[in-house]
Structure formats: structure tokens, C-alpha cells
Design a protein around this ligand. Sequence first.
Ligand SMILES: Cc1cc2nc3c(=O)[nH]c(=O)nc-3n(C[C@H](O)[C@H](O)[C@H](O)COP(=O)(O)OP(=O)(O)OC[C@H]3O[C@@H](n4cnc5c(N)ncnc54)[C@H](O)[C@@H]3O)c2cc1C
Length: 381
Amino acid sequence: MAVSEIEHRQVIVIGAGPAGSAAAQRLAEEGIDVLVLERRAIVGNPAQCGECIPNWGEVIGTFKHLEDHTWLKTYFDFPERLRLHRLDNMRVFLPSGKSFNFGLDAFAGHRLQFDGYLADKAVRAGAEVRTSTMLKRLQQQRKANRELLVTNEGRFTCDYLIDASGSLAHVGRLRHGQDPAFRPEDQVPTIYAQVKGNVPETFDVFLGSVAPSGYAWIIPKGPDFANVGLGVRAGKLKGDLKGHLERFCADLNLEIVSFGGGWIPMGGPVKQMVDGTTLAVGDAAGLVMPSNGGGISQAIISGCFAAEAIVEHLTNNTPLTTYEDRVRASMGPALKNSLRSKNLGYAFMRGDVLTELILRCLGPIGGIKRAMECEKPLWLF
Ligand SMILES: Cc1cc2nc3c(=O)[nH]c(=O)nc-3n(C[C@H](O)[C@H](O)[C@H](O)COP(=O)(O)OP(=O)(O)OC[C@H]3O[C@@H](n4cnc5c(N)ncnc54)[C@H](O)[C@@H]3O)c2cc1C
């Protein structure tokens, strides 16, 4: 196609993460023309994740009205080859070293393989995924009454646009600049390392000065391999994040093989997920759990819901805003509780002594477990 030509597609999805691939697959299965534009040369590379992937049991334990959703249930039935290590338990360590143990229904995987697997499924369903193609600008053409998507690989128009571009929500930013209604807030910087050594069996979380207003994690991916990382509220750590992680790994006698990192939007859902015929999904809609940083489930669920809203709009003219209503009905309560727990942590967990005291008072069941699981803590009304 000549560079000056404009390619029109029924649906364009920006980003081939879990949200974008789930949306693309769901749409393609309904016979809808869908193109995914992905700026990376290889889907999922580099990974930006702790690589704890939820099973269906974890998903329906956290979110409402999903038990009977057969498409999602099947989607979360991930093949054995992606499952490197079962994560049946989480241990939360207080600054003193005392720990509490909770059940978990998840597994550790390689995000590169996981994201590639999801994108492959979307392609097999009939979607097109175009890599090395980055959305750079949105250009309003008032006379033609259309908006052009300008990428490094040509210009596009579409009937529906899905912003699945992750935490920085590129479509929202390009269209609305600083408007907080479309920007996921409280972007928490995170860094992680793939490590070798004597790693635990369990998903371990460490609270206190090891990660001020955040937490450090060890997620085992095999008998002697793990993803170790930390996320810290912006500006709360003296010194650099990488040096801090290096010291944490050295103290645990773990050898670092490689580093990764990224931003996690911890401010809760954006105020407006539907903007005309554009739907924001996953991290771009601020759907990460603020108290634990997990976002894969919500990305997949919201991608599916966005696709279903488009199908409903095309067939019955049902308003696209039903997408946002469904997201809030299913995931809103857990996200709200999780945000509240995170805000309480920000407010009160200052320094190791106070953090220890507060966590011991809350206890494992009433506070820590429920905060991690995004339920309303017992000590809240
Ligand atoms: C360090 C770290 C650890 C985490 N650990 C976990 C964990 O263990 N478990 C968990 O559940 N969640 C975890 N999360 C959160 C999880 O990774 C995200 O919630 C999830 O990936 C969101 O999926 P998504 O599809 O919305 O966005 P993403 O996975 O971020 O995908 C967005 C895609 O859009 C592409 N893109 C961006 N801009 C453009 C553009 N302009 N043009 C074209 N393409 C573009 C990107 O390249 C990317 O492929 C972690 C996050 C971080 C940063």
C-alpha cells in the first residue's frame, strides 16, 4: 500500500497484551474485521510482569457474575506448557520476618510465552496482528469528519477503536492530554529481575522498608529460578530502584540473570472508559488491583466485555456504555476495596515499626488476607 493511502478497518485494537488479544479473538470469532497494532517487534517482548498468572478459580473468587461466562472460563483454561510452577500459597512477610500464609489459585509462567500464546489464538480466530507498528498521533480531519490513526507504518481509520495500550493509555493521552478522566493515575514504578538460586516454593511478599508504600515479591518459576521484584510509590525510595533490588537479591543470595520493569497504574479505574466509539481496556482503563498490582485477569475480562459491547452495538444498537457498566458491576467492588486498602497502606504504613504494629493489629484474616484478595477488610465499615 502506498504510504499516502489510508487503510480502513472495522475495529482497530492498540496493543497486543492480554486485553488486546482477548478483545481481538472475541471479535474475530464473531466474524468482525479486527486489526491489532502492536509497537513491539515481538509480542510480549520485553516482558513487564511478575509473571503470576491467575487460574479461573482465582478469577471467579474475586469478581462477580462471571461463573456462567463460558467464553471466559474456556479462555482461562491455559495449556500445561505455559504452567511453569503452581502458585498455591502466598506468604506475606512483615518487617520482623514474621509471615502469614494464604491460599492462592495461580501459576507462574513466562509472560513472553503467555502473551505470544494469546496473540496466536487471536490470529487463529481470524484477527490480524501487525507488529512493529506504533500509534504515534491522532489527527482530526474535520471536513471529512474522521479521525486518523497515524502510525510509523501508515495511516488508519476505523469504526471502533480499542485502547489496549497498557498503563500509559496512549489513545486517552493523545486525545485528551492531561485530562484525568482518561488517564490511569498513581503510576507506580516497578523493577524486577529473573534470578537463579535457592528460591521458595511459595509466592512471597515482603512489606516494610524493603519497598516503602509498596511491596517486594519473589515468584518462583521453577526449583531454582524466580522472578524477584519491587514496586514502590513514586518518590518514596531513597536511592535508585535497581540498586535496591540488587541489594535485596544479594541478601537472599540470588544471582541476577536479567532485569525488567514497568509502570503499574495503582489509582483505580479511569473515570470514563468509553469515549465515543473508543473503549479503554485493561491497564489503559486503570483496571489493576491497587493493593497487589495484579492486572492480567482484569485485562482479559475487560477485553472480552469490550468486544461483546461492540458486537451488541453492531447487532442491536445497544449503547457502548454498557461495556463500562459491566466492568464496574463485575470488577468495581473488588477494585474499590483494593484501592481503599492501598490508600490505608499509603496513609499509615510509614517505617518498619509502625508497619509491623499495624499489620499485627490487623491480623492475617481481617486485614492482610482480605486486602491481598481485594475484599473489604473486616476493620472497615
Ligand atoms: C513489573 C510488573 C509486574 C507485574 N506483575 C503482575 C503479576 O504478577 N500478575 C498480574 O496479574 N499482573 C501483573 N502486572 C500487571 C500486568 O502486567 C498488567 O496488568 C497487564 O499486562 C495488563 O494487560 P494490558 O493488555 O492491559 O496491557 P499490556 O500488557 O501492558 O499491553 C499493552 C500493549 O500495548 C502495546 N502498546 C503500547 N503503546 C502502543 C502504541 N502507541 N502503539 C502500539 N502498541 C502499543 C505495548 O507494547 C503492549 O504490548 C505487573 C506489571 C508490572 C509492570
